[in-house]
Design a protein around this ligand. Structure first.
Ligand SMILES: C[S@@+](CC[C@H](N)C(=O)[O-])C[C@H]1O[C@@H](n2cnc3c(N)ncnc32)[C@H](O)[C@@H]1O
Length: 263
């Protein structure tokens, strides 16, 4: 049982396990775990200034995110015929094919709405949720019971983990809000172990709403980026991933891929 010291609470075992995956020069001397997650950012805020990004770090939105915002946003993005919440969870688990013993990273995990599913699928193995929003992570910590889950407040574009640390990496409903999405994608690929799987859910420009045209309006108004139809599949393939697959629904795309086995 971790013991509190003068410097605040001692890190929980899952946070200690996560710290072991850090690059040596990224391990904080005195980890700040006071809020229940490991805070690597302190006063820094790498999320952008757009409306969508500001909402994610606000006090109110994280409180209503899972029950109201996410279901409504999903419908708008995926269309009425798109997958519902249960189907989306099933898709995530299928794309990542997590089994007990797999180490899982949930990038931009928000309130941990998918992280908790991954924790159940991974058995006793470590599942890490990274997000930049203290208010989102506050909800995640409050609603997560799994002893195998560690939450880290960090930047998706500058992950602290060593190369090949995870067997499965998810990034759902976030790349379109991340300021430098291709950098985040490179980080995701970097921390993926040989044979590991990646699953993404993000926006997809279609028909008259081509990505550059849409971005000039949507991104300017909301901070949300619209990706080109092949932009992410190509980006993953160019970075060496194999079995890259895409499923487009409404203005959203699910993308999955695997890191080739070594040798
Ligand atoms: C819409 S939520 C997605 C939450 C969850 N993955 C889901 O599918 O519902 C987007 C999250 O991305 C996070 N985010 C945005 N930019 C980030 C960055 N640079 N690094 C880490 N998290 C970031 C926000 O704080 C927010 O919690």
């Amino acid at each position: 049982m971790p013991v509190a010291s003068d410097r605040g609470p001692a890190p929980a075992p899952a946070i200690l396990e996560a710290l072991e995956l850090f690059e040596a020069n990224r391990r904080p001397g005195e980890p700040d775990v006071e809020p229940g997650y490991l805070d690597l950012l302190g006063a820094q805020d790498p999320t952008g200034g757009g409306l969508g990004q500001r909402l994610m770090v606000s006090r109110l939105l994280p409180l209503v995110y899972q029950r109201f915002w996410r279901p409504v946003g999903t419908r708008l993005l995926m269309g009425v015929a798109g997958p519902g919440a249960g189907e989306e969870r099933r898709l995530a688990l299928e794309m990542l094919s997590i089994s007990p013993g797999d180490r899982v990273l949930d990038v931009a995990c928000g309130p941990g709405n998918f992280t908790r599913d991954f924790a159940r699928a991974a058995g006793e193995s470590l599942v890490v949720g990274v997000d930049a929003s203290p208010t989102m992570l506050g909800v995640a910590v409050r609603e997560t019971e799994g002893a195998n889950v560690a939450y880290v407040r960090g930047d998706a574009c500058d992950l602290p983990f060593r190369d090949s640390s995870f067997d499965a990496v998810c990034c759902f409903a976030a790349l379109y809000l991340i300021e430098e999405p291709i950098r985040a994608l490179e980080e995701i690929v970097r921390v993926l172990a040989p044979g590991g799987r990646v699953a993404l859910l993000t926006s997809c420009g279609r028909g008259p709403l081509s990505a550059p045209a849409a971005n000039s309006i949507v991104r300017t108004l909301s901070g949300v980026r619209i990706f080109g139809r092949d932009e992410l599949t190509r980006a993953l393939a160019d970075r060496g991933l194999v079995d890259v697959e895409q499923r487009v629904t409404g203005l959203a795309q699910f993308v999955s891929g695997s890191c080739p086995l070594a040798g």
